[in-house]
Design a protein around this ligand. Structure first.
Ligand SMILES: Cc1cc2nc3c(=O)[nH]c(=O)nc-3n(C[C@H](O)[C@H](O)[C@H](O)COP(=O)(O)OP(=O)(O)OC[C@H]3O[C@@H](n4cnc5c(N)ncnc54)[C@H](O)[C@@H]3O)c2cc1C
Ligand code: SF4
Length: 509
């Protein structure tokens, strides 16, 4: 045992961290599978197993490089809390100094700070992963009621030089989002996603024996298909660069039952556990574009914006707005999540497909999360705490800093518009325009108040009607209210009645 403990969390698997550049036996690297971390939400079984597998392989790599590692498996001992396990270890070996990388989650930071009260000498170090720092944007955020991602993104493009020609954006425009909204053409089949294969039977068995509260499926633990090492993550990414990037932009928002990941990269798990680094990913995409100028710029810019823009932005918002952010509930919604969110058993095809896919793969792409499940939850007035818990558990990439900002902020507008300039809601129109779900649904997307009318339609108008005092002055919603106000009084009454009945029978939809 070295004289100093260095904690590495399950989402700090950054093999390029400067801590690891030299072997020094003064340090013992501590990695802990804790019951508390495994159960603060009902996590998807693929998420728990994937994290254990990635952590165990990371520890083995460190050991093979000569580092001293103490690895605490989930089934060791009875202590549940990560800090307590760490503190007991330090006490047992008479160690007083503990070094930590800054956690991404508020909850963990707060808890680990208590080590100081327990008499330990602690020091904080950067996780050396993110491109921006909260401090860099503190002044820009201070005193603002809203802050646009776009300004943040442009600043980072200029600072990093990513996708820039001198001080101008490549192609002359900063953002090509308007070109990224196509439906999949009829007869178009995206290629099957490239997947690695890892044997995670041992990790699965441990998670099951530990009786962690899990959801979802893991059908074939001998061939686990999420990356659990940096090499696997890069392999997936390189394959996607050649076979996915060209159509990423066009079909980024498409909704289909034909493919579970379309042209999306599926690298969020590897990024969020820090197996790969965001700046390297962006630079690799840009280099590929410079070597292959035939790749559409709307795809390249669109992808880089997700990482350099949205991902970095969400992290800065998180640290700027927590802990109050986690309490926000602008519309004061209190309804329980329908039971079928946990099973996918609903007649609404868009929801049954997106939820079943999430239970099957621990994955849904952005528009499924935002415009299908998130859209329904907001229109139905579900308590944001319930919505957060579901998103935090079900997705393999869900870690609070990026889950809560997307869910409570972008999707549920529970922050009153700090992140999104208007609520992301739609009627069946959008779903029909962007995909093939409605063609396979037992509800009718075209009507509002009939027996078989799509529930999204009445709920959509009812939402704007019932939230008028909070939304009417939003300049982006003028058109919505003008359209609603032109409706006949009897139509409006029918919508209210229909919405009421849908909400009363929400578990039967
Ligand atoms: C309600 C809701 C909840 C979400 N929860 C999470 C979450 O828990 N964890 C998470 O990583 N992402 C979350 N997202 C953002 C986004 O949906 C996922 O990052 C993306 O679907 C991951 O799949 P991918 O790697 O194939 O992404 P791609 O579409 O290929 O995009 C590439 C990368 O860009 C980043 N990215 C894209 N959009 C966002 C965004 N809005 N915020 C932050 N990063 C983004 C991700 O790192 C992603 O891997 C959520 C979005 C919504 C609407
Ligand atoms: S008709 Fe409505 S419920 Fe059915 S798939 Fe379309 S949007 Fe979803």
């Amino acid at each position: 045992m070295g004289k100093i403990l260095r904690l590495i969390l399950g989402d700090q698997l950054n093999a390029k961290h400067s801590w690891l550049s030299q072997v020094n036996n003064e340090y013992t690297y501590v990695m802990i599978e804790s019951r508390e971390e495994g159960s603060y939400a009902p996590h998807h079984i693929q998420k728990v197993t994937g994290i254990f597998s990635a952590m165990r392989q990371f520890a083995t790599t460190l050991q093979s490089q000569g580092h001293t590692v103490y690895y605490h498996k989930i089934l060791y001992g009875t202590e549940a809390n990560l800090r307590s396990i760490l503190a007991s270890l330090a006490h047992n070996y008479g160690i007083n100094k503990i070094e930590l990388q800054e956690p991404d989650e508020w909850r963990l930071r707060e808890d680990l700070e208590k080590l100081e009260d327990q008499g330990f000498e602690i020091s904080w170090h950067s996780s050396e992963h993110f491109i921006s720092s909260s401090a860099e944007f503190q002044d820009l955020f201070e005193g603002k009621k809203t802050f646009l991602m776009e300004s943040f993104y442009r600043k980072l493009r200029k600072r990093t030089g990513i996708l820039m020609d001198g001080n101008q954006p490549v192609g002359g425009k900063w953002n090509y989002d308007a070109q990224n909204r196509k439906k999949l053409p009829k007869g178009h089949h995206p290629p099957p996603p490239f997947v690695p294969s890892t044997d995670v039977r041992e990790e699965l068995e441990d998670a099951l024996k530990a009786k962690l509260p899990t959801i979802g499926k893991l059908d074939d633990p001998e061939h686990f298909y999420w990356p659990t090492t940096p090499d696997q993550a890069w392999e997936i990414f390189e394959h996607w660069l050649h076979y996915g990037l060209h159509s990423f932009g066009d079909y980024q928002d498409a909704l289909t039952t034909k493919s579970w990941s379309l042209y999306h990269s599926r690298i969020s798990f590897a990024l969020n556990t820090k197996m790969i680094q965001p700046l390297e990913v962006c630079a690799r995409v840009e280099a590929h574009y410079r070597e292959h100028p035939e790749v559409p710029l709307n795809a390249v810019e669109g992808f880089i914006r997700q990482i350099l823009g949205w991902r970095e932005f969400m992290r800065c918002v998180y640290w700027h707005r927590m802990p109050e952010f986690a309490e926000e509930n602008y519309f004061e919604f209190k309804r329980e999540l329908p039971k079928w969110f946990w099973t996918g058993e609903t007649k609404m095809k868009c929801l049954s497909h997106s939820i079943e896919q999430s239970l099957q793969h621990s994955y849904a792409h952005h528009i499924q999360r935002l415009m299908v499940t998130g859209n329904f939850a907001l229109l139905a007035g579900i308590d944001p705490d319930e919505v957060d818990l579901w998103y935090l558990g079900i997705y393999i990439d869900a870690f609070e800093w990026v889950e809560i900002t997307n869910t409570r902020g972008m999707s549920q507008y529970a922050d009153g518009g700090w992140i999104a300039t208007k609520p992301y809601v739609s009627s069946a129109n959008y779903m029909k325009k962007m995909g093939d779900y409605c063609d396979q649904c037992s509800y009718n997307p075209k009507t509002k108040t009939e027996e078989d009318s799509c529930p999204f339609n009445a709920l959509y108008w009812n939402f704007f009607d019932s939230q008028r005092d909070k939304l009417q002055t939003n300049f982006r919603l003028g058109m919505v209210y003008r359209t609603y106000d032109k409706m006949d009084t009897s139509v409006k009454a029918g919508i209210r009645e229909k919405a009421q009945s849908l909400l009363e029978n929400i578990n039967e939809l």
